[in-house]
Design a protein around this ligand. Structure first.
Ligand code: DAH
Length: 331
């Protein structure tokens, strides 16, 4: 056994005991510096005769290498620890939950629209969409509202292009989606089309210039006004709950014949007008290439924003577009 073994053991114990990189750096001169035991032993070699010096010198080199190797290993492992601690301290928890942040939700008009879609999909309808910018053909003409027709004025249309070759406008109702659907779909057709609509109305407590409607269209064989009344009743009960009743009142729309307005019952015994409906006018069917002697149908349309106003008992329809989070958060 090397005569330096106890010296090496002591050095190794000190190295293993160093708790940090700083401790280890402090230790280095004590173990390997000029005043170290190893350096002292090295100096004593000078007094030895050549043979002994050779043998002890070899042992001393082995001892020094053992201490240096141990120091290097400890240095590595302390560096790894150090880095790990640093990473841990700087770690960001991206799953953190901030109790003061609220989760958002869909706007109440979107909620009402989704609910309406659900009710009609449950009755076997599909959902259709159409463009918000329309030509006079889709917004008026194909719906049996020719240029000279007085009803054209009642739609308070916002025009994008007044000129040739044709007028272009923001659609003033969702009824054009009826035409687009019939153009590309073979009957039978059971479809609803929710979407945004636009009129020149100034915003007040009951009007918005940009609002939402939902259109319904059914084309099948042997469809009657009774089917229309039954469908509206079903939908009203599914949307508002069992106690609410609906009724039809005679009215006029160019695209339906006969036409009606439909109301729903209010808790105070009164009635609230919800929308228009009727049997699809044969002219409209013909405009879409559907034979009115074979196919009949009904259509209806009403405002979704008004429905939301009713359902949530709002005082002013403008609340829907003020984007006041304190208001919207309640629903
Ligand atoms: N488009 C009409 C409006 O905006 C509402 C309407 C009435 C739609 C009768 C219809 C209908 O489909 O049959 O005033």
């Amino acid at each position: 056994m090397s005569r330096f073994a106890p010296m090496v053991d002591e050095a190794i114990e000190a190295i293993e005991g160093a708790a940090s990189l700083a401790d280890l750096e402090e230790l280095r001169p004590t173990l390997l510096g000029k005043k170290s035991a190893l350096a002292g032993a090295s100096r004593s070699l000078g007094a030895m005769d050549p043979d002994e010096r050779k043998a002890v010198g070899r042992e001393l080199n082995v001892a020094r290498e053992a201490v240096e190797a141990c120091l290097a290993r400890r240095l590595d492992s302390l560096r790894v620890d150090d880095r790990r601690q640093q990473l841990e301290a700087e770690r960001m928890d991206l799953t953190e939950v901030r109790p003061d942040l609220r989760r958002g939700h869909l706007h109440l008009v979107t909620q009402a629209r989704d609910r309406l879609e659900d009710v009609f999909v449950g009755m076997g309808y599909t959902v259709a969409e159409g463009p918000e910018v329309e030509t006079a053909w889709y917004n008026f003409e194909a719906l049996n509202i020719p240029e000279w027709h007085p009803a054209r004025g009642t739609f308070d249309t916002i025009f994008v292009n007044l000129g040739e070759p044709e007028e272009v406008m923001l659609r003033s109702h969702t009824s054009p989606v009826q035409i687009r659907t019939m153009e590309v779909t073979e009957p039978p057709i059971y479809v609803v089309a929710p979407g945004r609509t636009f009129r020149t109305d100034a915003a007040d407590a009951t009007h918005l210039p940009a609002f939402s409607q939902i259109e319904g269209l059914v084309i099948d064989r042997g469809i009657t006004m009774g089917d229309l009344a039954g469908t509206i009743d079903e939908f009203v009960k599914a949307f508002f709950g069992g106690e609410i009743e609906s009724r039809l009142r005679p009215s006029y729309f160019p695209f339906t014949e006969p036409s009606a307005e439909f109301d729903i019952s209010l808790p105070d015994g009164g009635w609230l007008e919800l929308g228009g409906c009727g049997m699809v006018n044969p002219n409209v069917l013909q405009n879409c290439g559907i034979d009115p002697d074979v196919w009949q149908g009904f259509a209806f349309g009403f405002g979704i924003d008004r429905l939301a106003v009713m359902r949530y008992e709002l005082d002013d329809i403008r609340e829907l577009v003020n984007n006041d989070v304190r208001f919207l958060r309640q629903f």
